[in-house]
Design a protein around this ligand. Structure first.
Ligand SMILES: [Zn+2]
Length: 311
């Protein structure tokens, strides 16, 4: 039986050789020389979604968008939400605020020029909005973004903000409101574990994953899932890296596609924009017309987002 709720499905559209786990200056300088596989992998996902009538959010890397403009337009033409994964996959933890501003401005402008639709969402490379890079949030507001999906409320060796709110919520930054859309996690005993995508999505046997997702979706919280096109590509050329990075990146790649199909038959998914609209409308309904004069951050953000429906 299909679960209820309005869950969000998202994809970070990047090449298999751009992931942070295998990052080196040398490899970065060779990006142009590697075989591009992102277009066919993303098309596989688009095909899978269109056969099921499911819409999703695609955080496209600017570097990829520039080289695959037709793919960007196809994503939008098929009714999906286009969002930004930054331009060059530089970790925010390695950037100064002015470099970050340039990166998110350049990528948003490029995507909007190619696709002719506004871009409201941002996800940082490797979820690198952490405690010491919180300065990125007001910059996103100033650059015209309305939501961010970069804060992972867990402990991890490369990212994470374990103390962060683990559900969709509105942050009142010094430059205005910004929705934060953290990938889904589940508290098991004293620790919060990530279950929403990447290596974690491929780690547990599917029935266990489904039970964990059911657990995360109680109390009406939408699931926020994320995957990458390269995760549906078991044939991708192998890259050298640390034992842990190699394990995480290549684990069960041959099972992702079948697993994604099962996920799509078990849970109803839509774009992040649609999920946020639903949360806002429910919030307004709860607040009721009588309370409309009591403006709080959530209401403010609601009015800010509404009237810009897409997909
Ligand atoms: Zn990425």
């Amino acid at each position: 039986m299909k679960r209820s709720g309005v869950h969000a499905l998202s994809f970070d559209v990047e090449e298999h050789f751009q992931v942070s786990a295998f990052w080196s200056e040398e490899r970065r300088s060779q990006w142009e020389t590697y075989e591009s596989r992102v277009e066919r992998n993303t098309e596989k996902i688009l095909d899978l979604l269109s056969r099921r009538g499911v819409y999703a959010t695609f955080f496209v890397l600017g570097w990829v968008a520039k080289r695959h403009q037709r793919l960007v337009r196809t994503i939008v033409d098929q009714g999906h939400e286009l969002a930004s994964h930054g331009y060059g996959h530089e970790l925010i933890t390695n950037q100064r605020p002015d470099q970050f501003r340039d990166d998110v401005r350049k990528s948003k402008q490029l995507l909007e020029d190619i696709a002719g639709v506004p871009v409201y969402g941002y996800r940082a490379p490797s979820f690198t909005i952490v405690a010491r890079t919180r300065w990125a949030l007001p910059i996103l507001v100033e650059e015209g973004y309305r939501y961010d999906s970069s804060i992972f409320p867990i402990r991890h060796d490369r990212y994470g903000m374990p103390e962060a709110v683990p559900y969709c919520h509105c942050i009142d930054t010094e430059s205005g409101p910004l929705w934060e859309v953290p990938p889904s996690t589940l508290k098991v005993g004293a620790i919060r574990i990530p279950i929403a995508g990447g290596g974690y999505f491929r780690l547990f046997p599917y029935p266990i994953l489904r039970r964990l997702l059911d657990g995360a979706a109680v109390h009406g919280h939408p699931l926020i899932m994320y995957l990458h096109p390269w995760e549906l590509d078991p044939e991708q050329p192998r890259m050298a890296g640390s034992w842990l990075s190699t394990f995480r990146h290549y684990l069960n790649l041959d099972k992702t596609e079948a697993r994604l199909k099962r996920l799509l038959s078990d849970f109803p998914f839509t774009t992040i924009r649609n999920t946020l609209d639903t949360i806002e409308q429910a919030g307004l309904k709860r607040a009721g017309l009588a309370n409309r004069s009591r403006v709080n951050v959530q209401d403010h953000a609601s009015r800010y987002m509404m009237g810009n429906g897409h997909g």
